[in-house]
Design a binder for this molecule. Structure first.
Ligand SMILES: Cc1cc2nc3c(=O)[nH]c(=O)nc-3n(C[C@H](O)[C@H](O)[C@H](O)COP(=O)(O)OP(=O)(O)OC[C@H]3O[C@@H](n4cnc5c(N)ncnc54)[C@H](O)[C@@H]3O)c2cc1C
Length: 364
């Protein structure tokens, strides 16, 4: 029997997407995940699923914004190729702020203009905002509209990718934890374990994120809504079935224990300030997980020729924003390592900063 070209360890967001695209490209792929095909232990299960390059431009480098734009163009094409439907909406983001936080709105706009040369947004007054998003009627005096930004239903995506892997005959080992001391048989192993790869990639840290899922059948937001606030910045996303996602806190901590009272209060009171109607919504879930982050909060790829091991990690708060662009890049460099296992990883062809950055991360 021929050994697989690639064994992917970790079938959360990145691992599943990569396994699917690699198999579509004709590689023999096996996938190992510590949990089941539903994916409900992956950080991706907890996430908001937003693909918002402009909204992130204020805090992220231009290269990440460009990768986000690339992902934004890939998501609808890739999702339409899945055998199972996944909800995807690209109606854009509305940024709103209370009158007392007008400075936040000004700062955001100035930063967006300064950092994103392709920035495209509209300023809205109260009337224009109400016309665009009736649920926010007369609640805010002004807003910014970032068109084209999107969100993917993460809860539908993970099982849909598992279906796609089945359809391609990819050997998936669900509920199979791979220990650091093991090496699945393959010409190349790719580690996509997210936060769990800390045992091998010492610089990884967790950034705790808490999020609330509500059942709010009377509320149907047509856009993602972000509240800019000096202390409690949150977003609200309507999902099919009358559900509403409210996220997310960001706390420098590896503590992935359940949502704190403070986290729940902050998220819900900020959401209530945006939409008082949520008072009658039902709380479905209070979710928490840790985003896998490297010291500079950028993703990275590193390669160990001796172990024939490629590691891709550090997706931080940008897993959905960046993973299609990262997968594309990994597939570009894969042939090099499959055909010449002794080679080293230089700067990645399209996104140079994705290559392990000298001096920032320890090498193997
Ligand atoms: C509250 C919150 C909100 C977020 N919102 C967004 C958002 O709106 N937009 C966005 O772009 N990003 C968002 N993120 C970030 C995003 O979820 C992550 O960047 C992304 O999920 C990381 O993907 P990953 O594949 O690296 O890790 P994961 O999705 O965690 O997948 C890792 C997989 O590895 C498996 N695994 C672990 N150890 C082993 C082992 N030893 N053997 C086998 N398998 C193993 C796990 O079971 C898991 O399935 C959010 C994160 C949080 C916490």
């Amino acid at each position: 029997m021929t050994i697989p070209d690639v064994a992917i360890v970790g079938g959360g967001l990145l691992g599943r997407l990569l396994a699917w695209r690699a198999a579509l490209g004709g590689l023999r792929v096996t996938l190992y995940d510590a949990n089941d095909r539903q994916g409900n232990e992956a950080t991706a299960w907890v996430a908001g699923g937003m693909v918002t390059p402009q909204a992130e431009a204020v805090d992220a480098e231009p290269e990440l914004v460009a990768m986000g734009r690339r992902s934004l163009s890939l998501w609808p094409v890739w999702l339409s190729a899945l055998p199972t439907a996944v909800h995807y909406s690209d109606t854009g983001t509305l940024l709103v702020w209370q009158r007392s936080d007008a400075g936040e709105g000004r700062r955001f706009e100035a930063m967006l203009r300064a950092r994103d040369t392709q920035a495209s947004y509209e300023r809205l007054d109260a009337q224009q905002l109400t016309a665009k998003e009736p649920a926010l009627e007369n609640r805010f005096r002004e807003a910014l509209y970032l068109p084209g930004e999107a969100h993917v239903d993460n809860r539908q995506l993970l099982p849909a990718l598992a279906d796609a892997l089945d359809a391609l005959g990819v050997e998936c080992h669900w509920n199979r934890r791979v220990e650091d001391t093991e090496r699945p048989e393959a010409r190349l192993v790719i580690d996509c374990r997210g936060k769990s790869a800390k045992s091998r990639w010492k610089e990884l840290r967790g950034v705790r994120g808490e999020l609330v899922r509500l059942h709010a059948p009377g509320i149907d937001l047509k856009h993602m809504v972000r509240l800019l606030h000096s202390r409690y910045s949150i977003y609200l996303i309507s999902r099919p079935g009358g559900n509403l996602v409210v996220g997310a806190t960001a706390i420098e901590s590896d503590d992935c224990s359940p949502v704190s009272v403070r986290g729940a209060l902050e998220l819900l009171s900020a959401a209530y300030a945006v939409l008082p109607e949520i008072s009658e919504a039902r709380i479905l879930e209070l979710d928490c997980d840790c985003r896998p982050a490297l010291p500079d909060n950028r993703p990275a790829i590193r390669y160990s020729p001796e172990a024939r091991l490629l590691e891709v990690n550090g997706l931080y708060r940008h897993g959905f924003l960046l993973s299609p662009a990262i997968v594309e890049e990994v597939l570009t460099v894969l042939p090099q390592f499959l055909h010449n296992p002794g080679s080293t990883l230089g700067a990645s062809p399209r996104w140079p900063s994705l290559g392990a950055r000298e001096g920032v991360f320890a090498c193997h």
